[in-house]
Design a protein around this ligand. Structure first.
Ligand code: ATP
Ligand code: MG
Length: 400
């Protein structure tokens, strides 16, 4: 009977040992060794082996790098998620409440933003990686971050990449599992999800967060929403000191102000500026090669669009080039603007499609991108002198 009780609580014993070994001393080592011996004596071989493993990995990391032991108190106290860890499910439908992404499957590639945002994000990562040093000086490091901004700006990619930098698996909340039409079930699911995330070393990612964190005073919604948001507030509070949490939304205005306040950091991800758009396009069109002038023109066409739109355009160009090798560059972009009306701004699209002279003038007069006559001639596949003649003819007709 005694043995069964011990096995039942063994995960807590393991967590206790790991957290004691975060700052190891002789007494701690001695007591854990004693426990290991007792397990062995009582025939609890699996448990004894596990303690032996905890002791030897603690010794290895002390020898390898003394500073590593101090990396993060939180990281050393929670349990490790493995491929075998049972993910909580909705009790009525058995739909999982989360999906796990292990660090090796998280994106390697750093998302591209302007310098200020990149610096701000690096600060978030540095804070987490130096969590214990900051705690020691009572600096209250940030452990929750709300990322918001327009669709397709790379928010989910960014959150996954941050987790990769921190080196922890992501517990991604699954809305279809969490949300239930039964009264009270959504709240229970949220509670279970947070209990799971608090138990393990992980980054909890609440993507499309607005779906569960709606304003409590929305007249369209009844008492249940209030209950859900209250549970969410308590759950976010319960996560303090337990791990990193990232919330993402496209609809920040829908979030309850109390939810906003729970996040230590709030980062707005803007649509890419021309410089960032050029970088994104260069990255996405690879392995195709376009010259700088062509890339600049693509960025001009996509002005005001998102990184996801740049990715979409790159895929479209690859398809068009493979399927229709003879198509010239400008004609391809005319077709793109016709088939992607939401991605190319209306005035630009109308001019591109209906009047080449106006199109050329629009490019020439664009202050932000400052195309030269020779660049435009090359885009249209004509000589600079032909373009120059065409423009002066146009000017003459305008005078008449
Ligand atoms: N700034 C960026 N840097 C790198 N990749 C980007 C960027 N913006 C968008 N992308 C790419 O576009 C695609 C969509 O990005 P992602 O899903 O992260 O956007 P999102 O902001 O989460 O969109 P949504 O609001 O629709 O959920 C991804 O493949 C991502 O890699
Ligand atoms: Mg997203």
């Amino acid at each position: 009977m005694k043995d069964i009780t011990m096995i039942k609580y063994f995960s807590i014993v393991q967590a206790l040992c790991r957290s004691a070994l975060a700052t190891p001393n002789d007494a701690v080592l001695h007591q854990i060794k004693r426990l290991q011996d007792s397990f062995e004596k009582d025939g609890l071989n699996k448990e004894a082996k596990s303690l032996e493993g905890i002791l030897s990995s603690s010794q290895a990391s002390t020898e390898m790098s003394p500073s590593k032991m101090q990396k993060s108190f939180i990281v050393t106290t929670g349990e490790e998620i493995t491929k075998k860890t049972a993910i909580p499910v909705d009790k009525e439908t058995s739909t999982p409440l989360a999906e796990i992404f292990f660090p090796e499957s998280l994106p390697e590639e750093e998302p591209l933003f302007d310098k200020n945002i990149e610096l701000a994000i690096q600060l978030v990562i540095d804070e987490w990686n130096k969590f214990d040093q900051l705690i020691e000086v009572d600096a209250n490091p940030a452990s929750s971050c709300l990322i918001y901004g327009a669709p397709g700006t790379g928010k989910t990619h960014l959150a996954m990449w941050i987790a990769k930098q921190i080196g922890l698996p992501v517990v991604l909340a699954r809305l279809e599992g969490l949300m239930s039409s039964y009264l009270g079930t959504t709240s229970r699911n949220i509670g279970n999800l947070f209990a799971f995330a608090n138990r393990y070393n992980c980054v909890l990612l609440l993507d499309e967060f607005d779906a569960i964190a709606k304003l409590r005073n929305d007249p369209q919604e009844v008492g249940e929403v209030k209950r859900v948001v209250n549970t969410l507030l308590q759950s976010l509070d319960s996560r303090r000191g337990k791990g990193f949490t990232i919330g993402i939304t496209n609809h920040e205005s829908l979030l309850d102000p109390a939810i906003w306040r729970r996040f230590d950091i709030q980062v707005e991800i803007p649509k890419p500026n021309p410089e960032v758009m050029i970088h994104l396009l260069k990255k996405f069109v690879s392995p195709l090669e376009f010259d700088d002038n062509e890339i600049k023109f693509l960025a001009w066409c996509l002005e005001g669009s998102s990184g996801a739109d740049a990715q979409m355009l790159a895929k479209w160009l690859k398809r068009s080039i493979v399927l229709n090798k003879d198509n010239n560059f400008i004609d391809m972009m005319k077709q793109f603007s016709l088939l992607n009306s939401g991605r190319v701004e209306t005035t630009k699209r109308n001019v591109m499609l209906h009047n080449d002279d106006q199109f050329i003038n629009m490019l020439l007069n664009d202050k932000m991108y400052s195309f030269k006559q020779k660049d435009i001639a090359s885009l249209f596949g004509m000589r600079a002198s032909t373009l120059s003649k065409q423009l002066s003819k146009h000017k003459d007709t305008e005078k008449i």
